[in-house]
Design a protein around this ligand. Structure first.
Ligand SMILES: Nc1ncnc2c1ncn2[C@@H]1O[C@H](COP(=O)(O)OP(=O)(O)OP(=O)(O)O)[C@@H](O)[C@H]1O
Length: 237
């Protein structure tokens, strides 16, 4: 685990009625790190991200940023959250959506063109967002993530809807984003994808953290001499 993490989540608890969706979830994340929030369907990954982003009120828990408590209404200064499956401005062409965010974030046009090219969006710039395929819609969201000024990028299932080649390209791009110093928190249910792109993992099962660390650290915690994330997850969760 990172000694002095940029982000420190502690005791995050969320109930939906009688159901305890998150039970004292805690983990840390450092600058330049790619951390995977790993767990099966219903484990609570989206709930963690939404509470963290300040979109969903948590029942308990603290979020500290560089050692100081960061209340929900100030989270968007630190964190850009890309939810799963949204289509911003479905009627607008891709170029208009990119320009809108570019203006909001006061970015030079060259940055927009770079992000569009990095995600091969140049060929769909005139298409309305609602008419994009799932993979291209995902690419547009990823481009917004690349352009966003916040130091932490949180993404819900960033590889959903991408084919094999697209997944590899986007993984390389996300690794580059981390090398440039941003922190990434990615919710991923495909363990093979997570293993390829993340530095560390937070294993979530039924709203509880069952392990946190690098693969070798998690293997040690599970008492396994070898094995991938899948074996480790099954042993710990
Ligand atoms: N708005 C809601 N009202 C009631 N229960 C909810 C609500 N949102 C989520 N839940 C429940 O909370 C639990 C955690 O859901 P969440 O969507 O966070 O899981 P997840 O790990 O992101 O799952 P998936 O991989 O399927 O997206 C699930 O049991 C889910 O049914």
């Amino acid at each position: 685990m990172t000694d002095a993490p940029l982000l420190r989540v502690a005791g995050l608890t969320k109930r939906y009625g009688d159901q305890l969706a998150l039970a004292e979830v805690g983990f840390g994340l450092g600058a330049g790190e790619v951390v995977g929030l790993i767990g099966p369907n219903g484990a609570g990954k989206t709930t963690v991200l939404e509470c963290l982003a300040g979109l969903l009120p948590a029942d308990a828990g603290t979020v500290r940023w560089a050692g100081k408590e960061l209340p929900p209404h100030r989270r968007k200064a630190a964190l850009f959250y890309l939810p799963d499956g949204i289509a911003p401005d479905a009627e607008q062409p891709v170029s208009a959506v990119l320009s809108f965010f570019g203006r909001s974030w006061r970015l030079p046009g060259a940055h927009l063109a770079e992000a569009a090219a990095a995600l091969a969006l140049d060929r769909v710039l005139t298409k309305p967002v609602g008419a994009l395929s799932k993979g291209y819609r995902r690419r547009l969201l990823l481009a917004l993530g690349l352009l966003a000024p916040q130091p932490l990028l949180a993404m819900d299932e960033p590889f959903d809807g991408l084919d094999l080649r697209q997944t590899r390209e986007v993984m390389a791009l996300l690794r580059q984003v981390a090398e440039d110093g941003r922190a990434l928190l990615l919710s991923i249910h495909q363990l093979t994808d997570a293993e390829r792109v993340c530095d560390r993992f937070v294993l979530l099962s039924a709203g509880q953290v069952r392990g946190e660390g690098t693969l070798p650290e998690l293997r040690a915690a599970a008492g396994l001499p070898a094995g991938g994330l899948e074996e480790v997850f099954l042993a710990l969760a």
